[in-house]
Design a protein around this ligand. Sequence first.
Ligand code: ZN
Ligand code: FE
Ligand code: FE
Ligand code: ZN
Length: 271
Amino acid sequence: MIVDYHTHTLLCKHAEGNAEDYILRALDLGFNEIGCSEHIPMPGGFDEKHRMSLGEYMSTYAPQISHLREQYKGRINVRRGIEADFFPGTEEWVRGFIAENDFDYVIGSVHFLGTWGFDDVVFIHQYDERDVDEVYEQYFRAVSRSAASGLFDIIGHCDLVKKFGHRPTKNLRDLAWEALKEIRKAGMCIEINTSGLRKPVREIYPSESLLEMIHELRIPLTLGSDAHAPGDVGKDFDRAVALVERFGGGKIAVFERRQRSMLPVSRPAFA
Ligand code: ZN
Ligand code: FE
Ligand code: FE
Ligand code: ZN
């Protein structure tokens, strides 16, 4: 079984191609499943530059994915996902939105610390104005709270804070361990997200030191490219699958209607 559960579309205004372009790419690569996980619409104009509106979700995204799921049946499983933001204060809105829509899985991602979009290159200068150790501490605490919220199935890019290559000076192993224990307690899985290889850090999320802890805690893994262009689907999955073999017992989590199964991962045919 080989899947890519983290993909975007032009609806989020910072990606190219529509959902079908991503599905066709996954089909070309011989994948069994592709999950569309567009950024969740949010209330009150929250970060509206980087996501579709609720109206676009209802009129375009949701019907499109349902249609594509039927259209490609028997050739590739199309899963309806969403990449939800964990942002304190919006939990109840997000909970309602998830409950009202029949997702196969929900990725929970921390993209904000307070109001700071720390993974947005536009605000990268703020790393210089802050203590990087504190930024890491805040980040892992937010991940921990995102797990404790019970809203999500998959933790997205679980060490995103390293994206631009800023590194802590302190050993934050204990803090990371606490966050991972919370993830374990919540019964969630963690994605191996290859998009970090395309960012300044040039590293998969999560790092191998985190993966060692993940393995120790027996937290299940799944796979995502975080593609913002169809050509990025399944990118570097030879490396991601090798990590599943080393740190995930060779199995990946797959989802249907938010029910998780664990299946043996297969090597991508193209690698
Ligand atoms: Zn995005
Ligand atoms: Fe994200
Ligand atoms: Fe994403
Ligand atoms: Zn992402």
